[in-house]
Design a protein around this ligand. Structure first.
Ligand code: G6P
Length: 491
């Protein structure tokens, strides 16, 4: 945290993202306004950073009561209790949201970058909406900037065009763009009809960051293929129209220790609460999964693995339960509605096939607030993260962080960026059902000493490489580049 304060003293820091960290909604039940913490890896990572270093966070106001909580400049202090930073909301109409968010960002870029065999859809009208909303975010950055050289942290695939738009109006700004999802190889990215515009938009940044070196390499390969520019491979630098951009890996992480841990009951209590809540017998072993209901997460694949394990080894019947919490997300889109229906049908089919005294699959299509997620993690014997492709995946890190009892086994997809750091997890290929079934079997049979050894190593890894380290590395690079610019402009 000290690094954060020391890196850019006195700088005006602005974060720009589509998703906001706090959503205010009208509540029918509680007759008032309730605050929701959205399920978003981006938000989990950036929120502690903003609490630590202050500044302004510009995001789309998406809650039904959001407009009632802001002042005349569309701003609100959050978190309300400690007034740590300013959230500036911008407003997007339903029609704009259909084109910019559902359309181009989530039917185009999301499947394109994840390579999960959902065919990306590109419509000219979505693209036009994407351009105009990027401009709206860029205008908000200019309006919120208190100096002509702010530090602007642009987040994710919703805002690929904003960096160049901001650069045009604030040429001295330090713009850092972080891409929270994978970046595919040039062959794949080449499908996008507006690939040049996207890449040029991002090259308005001072630094473009990805989770892994592999994604940096893919990006540079795409620049090489599609844009007339100068690439210095040693420096991982690209120059376009006299402006230089550095491409860097920054593996994202979580707050350590997570603040949720402060008020959590011991693991045994969390476990017995879950057993009660789901009506299970005392000796049931618990496997959990927590994500947004997204087709990139491999939710069907892990259910199939549980199915395969029970078919292979019926002795597990009535002795294990798989609790999958899946927050409905982007449900307006066909691919998402279809996944939820398929998952519900598959759960019913598996429960029928292995019918005993209790259900094996417990699908909870609900949003859980962070404290409830942590309670679930702490009560579990194992957590499965079987993403078909994922930039990092912070659920894996959160599960490990919740286990200060050093118990529990993480089963982790080799296609999630997190698998590069958490090598003591049981690493699986989610496309290989039998392998995943064996991993679940192994997790549930693992001696506690081995669990503890693996858990300790993973906890140490996350503790050392927590989200403050991530932001510190980015801000230190930003500070270096500001010094370089200043020195060069004096020469
Ligand atoms: C991923 C994306 C984030 C996004 C989050 C939740 O983590 O990288 O940008 O906020 O999913 O998705 P949503 O569409 O609900 O914002």
């Amino acid at each position: 945290q000290e690094v954060l304060h020391g890196a850019l003293p006195g700088a005006n820091v602005l974060v720009v993202s589509n998703r906001e960290p706090y959503i205010h909604n009208h509540s029918a039940l509680e007759k008032g306004i309730v605050v929701q913490r959205p399920a978003s890896g981006l938000v989990s990572a950036l929120e502690p950073i903003m609490r630590a270093c202050g500044g302004t966070w510009i995001a789309h106001g998406s809650g039904s009561a959001d407009r009632e909580t802001v002042d005349e400049h569309d701003r609100i202090q959050v978190p309300e209790s400690s007034a740590a930073y300013v959230l500036r909301r911008i407003w997007i109409s339903e029609e704009e949201q259909d084109g910019y968010y559902y359309g181009f960002a989530n039917e185009g870029l999301w499947p394109l970058c994840h390579i999960v065999f959902v065919r990306p859809t590109f419509r000219l009208s979505d693209w036009q909406m994407y351009q105009s909303i990027n401009q709206r975010f860029a205008d908000a950055v200019v309006a919120e900037a208190r100096t002509d050289d702010p530090v602007v942290l642009v987040q994710d695939y919703h805002l690929a065009l904003a960096p160049r738009m901001i650069r045009r109006r604030l040429p001295k700004a330090t713009i850092i763009t972080f891409w929270h999802i994978p970046w595919p190889n040039a062959e794949t990215f080449g499908i996008c009809p507006w690939k040049e515009d996207i890449i040029e938009g991002m090259l308005g940044s001072t630094i473009v960051g990805f989770h892994t070196q592999f994604h940096c390499n893919n990006f540079i390969e795409g620049v090489d293929r599609f844009v007339e520019s100068r690439i210095e491979r040693e420096l991982q630098a690209v120059s376009l129209g006299g402006h230089e951009t550095r491409i860097r890996p920054y593996p994202i992480s979580i707050e350590w220790p997570p603040k949720e841990l402060r008020q959590l009951p011991p693991a045994a209590e969390c476990r017995s609460d879950l057993i009660k809540q789901f009506g299970l017998t005392e000796c049931t072993r618990l496997i959990v999964g927590v994500e947004r209901f997204d087709y990139t997460k491999g939710i069907l694949d892990r259910m199939r693995a549980v199915d395969a394990l029970l078919s292979r080894n019926p002795a597990w019947r009535d002795r294990l339960a798989f609790i999958q919490v899946a927050a409905p997300t982007r449900s307006k889109l066909n691919a998402y509605a279809k996944l939820q229906a398929e998952a519900e049908a598959l759960a019913a089919e598996i429960n029928e096939r292995h019918h005993g005294r209790q259900d094996v699959i417990h699908l909870v299509p609900m949003h859980y607030e962070p404290a409830d997620v942590f309670r679930l993690f702490r009560g579990a014997d194992s957590c499965v993260v079987s993403s078909l492709h994922d930039g990092m995946n912070l659920v894996a890190k959160e599960f490990v962080s919740s286990r200060d009892d050093n118990e529990g086994v993480l089963i982790l997809s080799s296609f999630a960026g997190a698998s590069r750091e958490l090598s003591e997890a049981l690493i699986v290929n989610p496309y290989d059902t039998e392998e995943m079934a064996s991993a679940i079997d192994r997790a549930l049979s693992m001696p506690v000493e081995e669990q503890a050894e693996r858990m300790r190593l993973m906890r140490q890894q996350i503790k050392e490489n927590n989200v403050y380290r991530w932001a510190g590395a980015i801000l230190l690079d930003a500070a270096k580049s500001r010094t370089r610019e200043r020195v060069l402009s004096l020469a």
